[in-house]
Ligand binder design. Structure first.
Ligand code: CTP
Ligand code: MG
Length: 224
């Protein structure tokens, strides 16, 4: 199959803060975006890697990806969903694809085995996501706990999320709901089946400035 990857890197990283958006800051010796870009662009089954970036981020993106295969850059949008949609339309303009892997630049450490599992899963479903089981107790409550929630069927869903290209493009073109938290949600709204493959702690998203502590991704304890 013809497989394309799309990295969304058009956010402002407001929760991390700082002078430049988190996806261009250095972790483990290279800009965050460069990690997953390198992994995806050297994968044997993936052709093009498209990167959605924000207004005025061209220079930052080119610097971040210096020395790597030349990226296809596309203008992102005001929300993550819009950034993904812009990327998918660019892929469509370039002739489309069989499969697309949609990934957050904010998840730099991407195990190859996850990519392989996702691609294989698309043989039997229109979508596939990496996910981890919930290990903490889950409870409902206000300032006092009122109820424990059964966690046996709950998952922490990560990216990359992999899809049959035409199905996810159609889901984006016809989406009218509220801002979804991920693309799998959008495929499911069109009755597309999304298979779960094993996720990885290494795929955790950099969301807060404390996530940058201990760049080697040894698990760090976070207060918030
Ligand atoms: N993203 C994007 N376009 C947007 C918003 C987010 O491409 N308009 C991307 C981010 O660059 C990131 C991924 O979506 O790679 C996940 O989003 P998130 O972690 O929320 O990043 P930000 O939106 O940049 O951070 P914040 O919400 O703290 O401002
Ligand atoms: Mg955000």
């Amino acid at each position: 199959p013809h497989i394309v990857a799309l990295i969304v890197a058009a956010g402002s990283g407001s929760r991390v803060g700082g002078d430049i958006p988190k996806q261009f800051r250095v972790v483990n010796g290279r800009p965050m975006l460069a990690h997953s870009y390198a992994t995806l662009s050297k994968h044997g089954e993936i052709g093009t890697v498209v990167v959605a970036i924000g207004d005025g981020q061209d220079g930052l993106a080119k610097d971040a990806l210096d020395g790597l295969p030349t990226p296809v850059l596309v203008q992102g949008g005001l929300t993550r969903r819009e950034s993904v949609h812009h990327g998918l339309e660019e892929i469509a303009r370039q002739g489309g694809a069989d499969f697309v892997l949609i990934h957050d630049a904010a998840r730099p450490f991407l195990p190859e085995s996850v990519i392989d599992d996702l691609i294989r899963a698309l043989d039997t479903s229109a979508g596939a996501v990496p996910a981890l089981p919930v290990v903490d107790s889950l409870s409902r409550g206000d300032d006092m706990l009122s109820e424990t929630v059964d966690r046996s069927q709950l998952w922490r869903v990560q990216t990359p999320q992999a899809f049959h290209f035409d199905a996810i493009l159609d889901a984006h073109r016809s989406w009218t709901g509220e801002e979804p938290t991920d693309d799998a949600r959008m495929l499911m709204a069109k009755n597309g089946k999304v298979r779960i493959v094993p996720g990885s702690e290494r795929l955790s998203k950099f969301t807060f400035s404390t996530d940058f502590a201990g760049n080697d991704m040894t698990p760090t304890i976070r207060s918030g």
